[in-house]
Design a protein around this ligand. Structure first.
Ligand SMILES: [Fe+2]
Length: 248
């Protein structure tokens, strides 16, 4: 079984379409989504419609939660807050209802795998350091946890004595494969489709191949200028527009 892993699409349909074109070329059987379908970008309704049509197993992200009217954006920085309230106004009733129905993680996938948005400890928590990862490993017995929220593609593995090993995808062709040891526990972030922050502006996704026991990381170039023009036309905050070009 090949599961397509997407996360942090953030209303960027140019990036999502580029990922789907490449994902279809390499093949997949099901779709898993770590949340943040909306927020930041200019096309929230279109992003929800596209993701929904894929029939994914998904958790909600913090932007999905606030944009769909479930709580305030008190802990968001100013550009993120501006964009999430813009998104709340722009969402159709149907799209908002879909987001409201997404479960908060962890969401079990059967077997020993699960989806979360931020961390096992909470959807707003970030896994940015070995200490953050160790806390998530301590909080779960799952062997594989897929997460998003940081917008950094990575593989964190739990070693002897609670040591955590971090690997980040690299490769000129935008593709990197990580073998999964059945005796090791992992936290895996496929990267962000719509707003990468790991210094690679290309859209990110991954494929979890259960038979080959491996994760394939991919990047897809997309028309960043098109997304930026739409954001300008929508009056979204300039720092959010600029950062797409730099991937950070
Ligand atoms: Fe996000």
């Amino acid at each position: 079984m090949r599961h397509l892993l997407i996360s942090d699409i953030h209303s960027n349909v140019e990036a999502l379409d580029a990922c789907m074109e490449r994902a279809e070329a390499v093949g997949f059987d099901s779709v898993l989504c770590c949340g943040d379908i909306v927020g930041y970008g200019p096309d929230p309704n279109e992003a929800v419609a596209r993701v929904r049509a894929l029939g994914p197993r998904s958790v909600r992200g913090n932007h999905d939660r606030v944009a769909s009217g479930q709580g305030a954006a008190d802990d968001f920085n100013l550009p993120a807050k501006t964009a999430v309230y813009w998104t709340r106004d722009a969402l159709s009733h149907e799209a908002a209802a879909y987001l409201r129905e997404l479960p908060a993680g962890p969401r079990g996938l059967g077997g020993d795998a699960q989806l979360v948005h931020g961390a096992v400890t909470g959807e707003d928590d970030y896994i940015l350091s070995a200490a953050d990862a160790a806390e998530s490993f301590r909080t779960t017995g799952a062997r594989l946890t897929f997460f998003g929220h940081t917008h950094h593609a990575c593989v964190l593995s739990s070693g002897p004595g609670g040591a955590v090993r971090l690997e980040t995808p690299r490769g000129a062709d935008g593709r990197w494969v990580a073998g999964l040891d059945p005796s090791v526990r992992y936290l895996i972030n496929p990267g962000s489709v719509g707003q990468p922050r790991d210094h690679d502006a290309r859209a990110a996704f991954a494929i979890w191949d259960t038979e080959a026991s491996r994760i394939e990381f991919h990047r897809a170039a997309y028309a960043i200028e098109t997304t930026q023009s739409k954001m300008r036309a929508a009056g979204l905050p300039p720092p959010l527009i600029e950062r797409l070009r730099y991937g950070r």
